[in-house]
Ligand binder design. Structure first.
Ligand SMILES: NC(=O)c1ccc[n+]([C@@H]2O[C@H](COP(=O)([O-])OP(=O)(O)OC[C@H]3O[C@@H](n4cnc5c(N)ncnc54)[C@H](OP(=O)(O)O)[C@@H]3O)[C@@H](O)[C@H]2O)c1
Length: 288
Protein backbone atom coordinates (compact mmCIF):
# COMPACT_ATOMS: atom_id res chain seq x y z
CA UNK A 1 0.00 0.00 0.00
CA UNK A 2 2.90 2.38 0.80
CA UNK A 3 3.81 1.98 -2.90
CA UNK A 4 0.64 3.88 -3.84
CA UNK A 5 1.50 7.25 -5.28
CA UNK A 6 -0.54 9.81 -3.35
CA UNK A 7 -1.21 13.41 -4.36
CA UNK A 8 -2.54 16.05 -1.98
CA UNK A 9 -4.11 19.34 -3.11
CA UNK A 10 -4.57 22.15 -0.57
CA UNK A 11 -1.84 22.78 2.01
CA UNK A 12 -3.86 24.97 4.38
CA UNK A 13 -4.39 24.60 8.13
CA UNK A 14 -5.47 20.97 7.69
CA UNK A 15 -3.90 19.83 4.42
CA UNK A 16 -0.30 20.66 5.38
CA UNK A 17 -0.21 18.61 8.61
CA UNK A 18 -2.14 15.78 6.90
CA UNK A 19 0.54 15.72 4.19
CA UNK A 20 3.27 15.60 6.86
CA UNK A 21 1.47 12.70 8.57
CA UNK A 22 1.31 10.74 5.29
CA UNK A 23 5.03 11.28 4.73
CA UNK A 24 5.77 10.09 8.28
CA UNK A 25 3.78 6.93 7.52
CA UNK A 26 6.04 6.22 4.54
CA UNK A 27 3.73 7.13 1.63
CA UNK A 28 5.12 8.53 -1.63
CA UNK A 29 3.57 12.00 -1.78
CA UNK A 30 3.20 14.76 -4.38
CA UNK A 31 1.68 18.07 -3.31
CA UNK A 32 0.07 21.01 -5.12
CA UNK A 33 -1.02 24.31 -3.62
CA UNK A 34 -2.45 27.34 -5.41
CA UNK A 35 -0.05 29.53 -3.43
CA UNK A 36 3.15 27.69 -4.37
CA UNK A 37 5.24 28.90 -1.40
CA UNK A 38 3.24 26.66 0.95
CA UNK A 39 4.80 23.55 -0.70
CA UNK A 40 8.30 24.36 0.66
CA UNK A 41 8.04 22.81 4.16
CA UNK A 42 6.54 19.60 2.70
CA UNK A 43 9.33 19.32 0.13
CA UNK A 44 11.79 19.48 3.03
CA UNK A 45 9.96 16.51 4.57
CA UNK A 46 10.28 14.52 1.32
CA UNK A 47 7.27 15.47 -0.83
CA UNK A 48 7.49 16.26 -4.52
CA UNK A 49 5.99 19.69 -5.34
CA UNK A 50 3.91 19.92 -8.54
CA UNK A 51 3.46 23.18 -10.39
CA UNK A 52 0.11 22.25 -11.93
CA UNK A 53 -2.86 20.07 -11.05
CA UNK A 54 -2.24 18.19 -14.30
CA UNK A 55 1.29 17.29 -13.18
CA UNK A 56 -0.02 16.08 -9.80
CA UNK A 57 -2.85 14.07 -11.40
CA UNK A 58 -0.48 12.31 -13.80
CA UNK A 59 1.87 11.42 -10.90
CA UNK A 60 -0.79 9.99 -8.54
CA UNK A 61 -2.89 6.84 -8.04
CA UNK A 62 -4.87 8.47 -5.23
CA UNK A 63 -5.49 12.23 -4.89
CA UNK A 64 -6.64 13.83 -1.64
CA UNK A 65 -8.30 17.24 -1.94
CA UNK A 66 -8.44 19.48 1.15
CA UNK A 67 -9.68 22.91 0.06
CA UNK A 68 -12.25 25.38 1.35
CA UNK A 69 -15.68 24.98 -0.20
CA UNK A 70 -17.84 23.29 -2.86
CA UNK A 71 -16.92 25.62 -5.77
CA UNK A 72 -13.21 25.15 -4.97
CA UNK A 73 -13.47 21.35 -5.15
CA UNK A 74 -15.45 21.67 -8.40
CA UNK A 75 -12.77 23.93 -9.93
CA UNK A 76 -9.96 21.58 -8.91
CA UNK A 77 -11.72 18.54 -10.34
CA UNK A 78 -13.47 19.87 -13.42
CA UNK A 79 -12.10 23.37 -14.12
CA UNK A 80 -9.65 24.10 -16.89
CA UNK A 81 -6.52 22.01 -16.23
CA UNK A 82 -8.40 20.19 -13.43
CA UNK A 83 -7.70 16.72 -12.08
CA UNK A 84 -10.48 14.94 -14.00
CA UNK A 85 -8.54 15.42 -17.22
CA UNK A 86 -5.21 14.13 -15.92
CA UNK A 87 -6.09 11.16 -13.67
CA UNK A 88 -5.73 7.69 -15.20
CA UNK A 89 -8.71 5.29 -15.19
CA UNK A 90 -8.67 3.38 -11.90
CA UNK A 91 -7.44 6.37 -9.90
CA UNK A 92 -9.24 7.44 -6.71
CA UNK A 93 -10.14 10.93 -5.48
CA UNK A 94 -10.60 11.33 -1.72
CA UNK A 95 -12.21 14.69 -1.08
CA UNK A 96 -11.66 15.53 2.59
CA UNK A 97 -12.98 19.12 2.38
CA UNK A 98 -16.41 19.85 3.87
CA UNK A 99 -18.80 20.48 0.97
CA UNK A 100 -22.49 20.07 0.06
CA UNK A 101 -23.54 16.37 0.07
CA UNK A 102 -25.46 16.74 -3.21
CA UNK A 103 -22.32 18.13 -4.89
CA UNK A 104 -20.28 15.17 -3.61
CA UNK A 105 -22.79 12.80 -5.23
CA UNK A 106 -22.68 14.77 -8.51
CA UNK A 107 -18.85 14.86 -8.57
CA UNK A 108 -18.66 11.09 -7.87
CA UNK A 109 -21.02 10.39 -10.81
CA UNK A 110 -19.07 12.63 -13.21
CA UNK A 111 -15.77 11.00 -12.21
CA UNK A 112 -17.24 7.49 -12.51
CA UNK A 113 -17.94 8.28 -16.20
CA UNK A 114 -14.14 8.54 -16.54
CA UNK A 115 -13.56 5.35 -14.49
CA UNK A 116 -12.20 7.40 -11.59
CA UNK A 117 -13.66 6.52 -8.15
CA UNK A 118 -14.41 9.16 -5.52
CA UNK A 119 -14.84 8.99 -1.76
CA UNK A 120 -16.20 11.94 0.21
CA UNK A 121 -14.22 11.79 3.45
CA UNK A 122 -14.56 14.96 5.53
CA UNK A 123 -12.88 15.11 8.90
CA UNK A 124 -13.25 16.33 12.48
CA UNK A 125 -10.53 16.84 15.07
CA UNK A 126 -8.92 20.08 13.95
CA UNK A 127 -5.33 20.96 13.24
CA UNK A 128 -4.17 19.00 16.30
CA UNK A 129 -5.87 15.86 15.00
CA UNK A 130 -4.34 16.41 11.56
CA UNK A 131 -0.86 16.74 13.10
CA UNK A 132 -1.13 13.62 15.25
CA UNK A 133 -3.00 11.47 12.70
CA UNK A 134 -5.97 11.13 15.07
CA UNK A 135 -8.76 12.64 12.97
CA UNK A 136 -12.31 11.32 12.82
CA UNK A 137 -12.98 10.55 9.14
CA UNK A 138 -16.54 10.01 7.85
CA UNK A 139 -16.57 8.33 4.48
CA UNK A 140 -19.13 8.09 1.68
CA UNK A 141 -18.66 6.05 -1.49
CA UNK A 142 -18.34 2.46 -2.65
CA UNK A 143 -17.40 0.13 0.20
CA UNK A 144 -14.89 -1.77 -1.95
CA UNK A 145 -13.02 1.48 -2.72
CA UNK A 146 -13.18 2.46 0.96
CA UNK A 147 -11.65 -0.88 1.98
CA UNK A 148 -8.91 -0.64 -0.64
CA UNK A 149 -7.94 2.87 0.47
CA UNK A 150 -8.37 2.27 4.24
CA UNK A 151 -4.61 2.18 5.04
CA UNK A 152 -4.31 5.74 3.65
CA UNK A 153 -7.21 6.93 5.80
CA UNK A 154 -5.91 5.04 8.84
CA UNK A 155 -2.63 6.96 8.56
CA UNK A 156 -4.56 10.21 9.10
CA UNK A 157 -7.33 9.13 11.45
CA UNK A 158 -8.10 6.87 14.39
CA UNK A 159 -11.88 6.91 14.00
CA UNK A 160 -12.59 6.04 10.37
CA UNK A 161 -16.19 5.10 9.53
CA UNK A 162 -17.83 4.11 6.24
CA UNK A 163 -21.17 5.96 6.37
CA UNK A 164 -22.67 4.58 3.14
CA UNK A 165 -22.73 5.53 -0.55
CA UNK A 166 -21.53 8.83 -2.06
CA UNK A 167 -22.59 11.91 -0.09
CA UNK A 168 -23.07 10.08 3.24
CA UNK A 169 -19.67 11.19 4.54
CA UNK A 170 -20.61 14.84 3.96
CA UNK A 171 -24.04 14.29 5.56
CA UNK A 172 -22.34 12.85 8.65
CA UNK A 173 -19.93 15.79 8.80
CA UNK A 174 -22.77 18.33 8.66
CA UNK A 175 -24.46 16.54 11.55
CA UNK A 176 -21.10 16.66 13.35
CA UNK A 177 -21.13 20.44 12.83
CA UNK A 178 -24.44 20.71 14.71
CA UNK A 179 -22.70 19.10 17.71
CA UNK A 180 -19.52 21.16 17.44
CA UNK A 181 -21.22 24.55 16.95
CA UNK A 182 -23.59 24.06 19.90
CA UNK A 183 -20.74 22.83 22.12
CA UNK A 184 -18.72 25.85 21.06
CA UNK A 185 -21.57 28.21 21.87
CA UNK A 186 -21.76 26.56 25.31
CA UNK A 187 -18.01 27.06 25.82
CA UNK A 188 -18.26 30.77 24.96
CA UNK A 189 -21.19 31.23 27.34
CA UNK A 190 -19.50 29.31 30.17
CA UNK A 191 -16.48 31.64 30.05
CA UNK A 192 -18.60 34.81 29.76
CA UNK A 193 -20.85 33.96 32.70
CA UNK A 194 -18.03 32.60 34.89
CA UNK A 195 -16.04 35.78 34.28
CA UNK A 196 -19.05 38.04 34.99
CA UNK A 197 -19.64 36.14 38.25
CA UNK A 198 -16.04 36.74 39.34
CA UNK A 199 -15.21 33.01 39.38
CA UNK A 200 -11.74 31.70 38.60
CA UNK A 201 -12.34 30.79 34.93
CA UNK A 202 -9.57 28.16 34.76
CA UNK A 203 -10.87 26.34 37.85
CA UNK A 204 -14.42 26.54 36.50
CA UNK A 205 -13.36 24.98 33.19
CA UNK A 206 -11.33 22.27 34.91
CA UNK A 207 -14.17 21.11 37.11
CA UNK A 208 -16.81 21.27 34.34
CA UNK A 209 -14.52 19.28 32.02
CA UNK A 210 -14.42 16.50 34.64
CA UNK A 211 -18.20 16.19 34.72
CA UNK A 212 -21.29 15.77 32.55
CA UNK A 213 -20.83 19.18 30.90
CA UNK A 214 -17.48 18.16 29.38
CA UNK A 215 -16.89 18.34 25.63
CA UNK A 216 -13.88 18.29 23.29
CA UNK A 217 -14.62 21.95 22.48
CA UNK A 218 -14.77 23.03 26.13
CA UNK A 219 -11.58 21.11 26.99
CA UNK A 220 -9.56 22.29 23.99
CA UNK A 221 -10.94 25.76 23.25
CA UNK A 222 -12.28 26.81 26.68
CA UNK A 223 -8.76 27.76 27.94
CA UNK A 224 -8.07 29.65 24.68
CA UNK A 225 -11.33 31.59 25.06
CA UNK A 226 -10.38 32.36 28.66
CA UNK A 227 -6.95 33.60 27.48
CA UNK A 228 -8.60 35.54 24.60
CA UNK A 229 -6.30 33.73 22.17
CA UNK A 230 -8.40 33.60 19.02
CA UNK A 231 -5.75 32.44 16.51
CA UNK A 232 -7.17 29.90 14.01
CA UNK A 233 -7.55 26.74 13.87
CA UNK A 234 -10.88 26.47 12.22
CA UNK A 235 -11.87 29.89 10.96
CA UNK A 236 -15.22 31.56 11.57
CA UNK A 237 -15.73 31.92 7.79
CA UNK A 238 -15.45 28.12 7.39
CA UNK A 239 -17.71 27.49 10.40
CA UNK A 240 -20.30 29.81 8.80
CA UNK A 241 -19.97 27.90 5.50
CA UNK A 242 -20.54 24.57 7.27
CA UNK A 243 -23.55 25.81 9.24
CA UNK A 244 -25.20 27.18 6.09
CA UNK A 245 -24.63 23.77 4.45
CA UNK A 246 -26.01 22.02 7.57
CA UNK A 247 -29.13 24.22 7.59
CA UNK A 248 -29.82 23.50 3.93
CA UNK A 249 -29.29 19.77 4.53
CA UNK A 250 -31.53 19.54 7.63
CA UNK A 251 -34.12 21.85 6.02
CA UNK A 252 -34.24 19.54 2.98
CA UNK A 253 -35.08 16.66 5.34
CA UNK A 254 -37.89 18.68 6.94
CA UNK A 255 -36.24 18.36 10.38
CA UNK A 256 -36.58 21.34 12.75
CA UNK A 257 -33.17 22.35 14.16
CA UNK A 258 -33.62 25.34 16.51
CA UNK A 259 -30.16 24.90 18.06
CA UNK A 260 -28.50 24.85 14.66
CA UNK A 261 -30.54 27.89 13.56
CA UNK A 262 -29.29 29.84 16.59
CA UNK A 263 -25.65 28.84 16.10
CA UNK A 264 -25.84 29.61 12.36
CA UNK A 265 -27.31 33.08 12.98
CA UNK A 266 -24.58 33.91 15.53
CA UNK A 267 -21.73 32.80 13.25
CA UNK A 268 -23.29 34.75 10.35
CA UNK A 269 -23.31 37.85 12.59
CA UNK A 270 -19.68 37.24 13.54
CA UNK A 271 -18.80 37.07 9.84
CA UNK A 272 -20.68 40.32 9.17
CA UNK A 273 -18.78 41.97 12.04
CA UNK A 274 -15.53 41.13 10.23
CA UNK A 275 -14.46 38.27 12.52
CA UNK A 276 -14.21 35.67 9.71
CA UNK A 277 -10.45 35.07 9.95
CA UNK A 278 -10.48 34.41 13.72
CA UNK A 279 -10.65 30.85 15.04
CA UNK A 280 -14.27 29.77 15.55
CA UNK A 281 -13.96 30.32 19.33
CA UNK A 282 -13.54 34.02 18.40
CA UNK A 283 -17.35 33.98 18.47
CA UNK A 284 -16.68 35.28 22.01
CA UNK A 285 -15.80 38.64 20.42
CA UNK A 286 -19.41 39.10 19.29
CA UNK A 287 -20.19 40.37 22.78
CA UNK A 288 -17.08 42.51 23.28
N1 LIG B 1 -9.31 24.00 10.11
C1 LIG B 1 -9.97 23.03 10.73
O1 LIG B 1 -9.85 22.87 11.97
C2 LIG B 1 -10.89 22.10 9.95
C3 LIG B 1 -11.39 20.97 10.62
C4 LIG B 1 -12.19 20.07 9.92
C5 LIG B 1 -12.52 20.31 8.60
N2 LIG B 1 -12.05 21.44 7.96
C6 LIG B 1 -12.43 21.62 6.54
O2 LIG B 1 -11.26 21.33 5.79
C7 LIG B 1 -11.22 22.17 4.61
C8 LIG B 1 -9.90 22.97 4.62
O3 LIG B 1 -9.89 23.77 5.80
P1 LIG B 1 -8.57 24.56 6.26
O4 LIG B 1 -8.86 25.05 7.63
O5 LIG B 1 -7.36 23.76 5.98
O6 LIG B 1 -8.66 25.81 5.26
P2 LIG B 1 -7.50 26.90 4.93
O7 LIG B 1 -6.46 26.92 5.98
O8 LIG B 1 -8.25 28.15 4.60
O9 LIG B 1 -6.82 26.30 3.59
C9 LIG B 1 -7.56 26.19 2.40
C10 LIG B 1 -6.69 25.54 1.34
O10 LIG B 1 -7.46 25.39 0.14
C11 LIG B 1 -6.79 26.03 -0.94
N3 LIG B 1 -7.82 26.54 -1.86
C12 LIG B 1 -8.97 27.18 -1.52
N4 LIG B 1 -9.68 27.49 -2.62
C13 LIG B 1 -8.98 27.00 -3.67
C14 LIG B 1 -9.20 27.00 -5.07
N5 LIG B 1 -10.31 27.54 -5.61
N6 LIG B 1 -8.25 26.46 -5.87
C15 LIG B 1 -7.13 25.91 -5.33
N7 LIG B 1 -6.87 25.88 -4.02
C16 LIG B 1 -7.79 26.42 -3.18
C17 LIG B 1 -5.96 27.11 -0.30
O11 LIG B 1 -4.91 27.49 -1.18
P3 LIG B 1 -4.08 28.87 -0.93
O12 LIG B 1 -2.98 28.52 0.05
O13 LIG B 1 -3.59 29.25 -2.26
O14 LIG B 1 -5.09 29.87 -0.36
C18 LIG B 1 -5.46 26.38 0.96
O15 LIG B 1 -4.41 25.50 0.64
C19 LIG B 1 -12.48 23.05 4.66
O16 LIG B 1 -13.50 22.46 3.88
C20 LIG B 1 -12.85 23.04 6.14
O17 LIG B 1 -14.24 23.28 6.33
C21 LIG B 1 -11.22 22.32 8.62
Amino acid sequence: MQNLRIGLVGLGTMGAPMAATLLRSGFILSVYNRTTARCGPLVELGARACETLGELGAASDVVITMVSDTPDVEAILFGSGGLAASLAPGAVIIDMSTIAPAAAVRFAKLLAERSVAMLDAPVSGGEAGARSGTLSIMVGGERAVFERILPVLNAMGTSVVHAGPAGRGQMTKLINQIATSLNLLAAVEVVRVARAAGLNVEDTLRVICGGAGASWLLTNLGPKIAAEDFAPGFRIRLQDKDLQLARAFAGGLGVETPGLALAASLFRRALEYGLGELGNHGLYRLWD
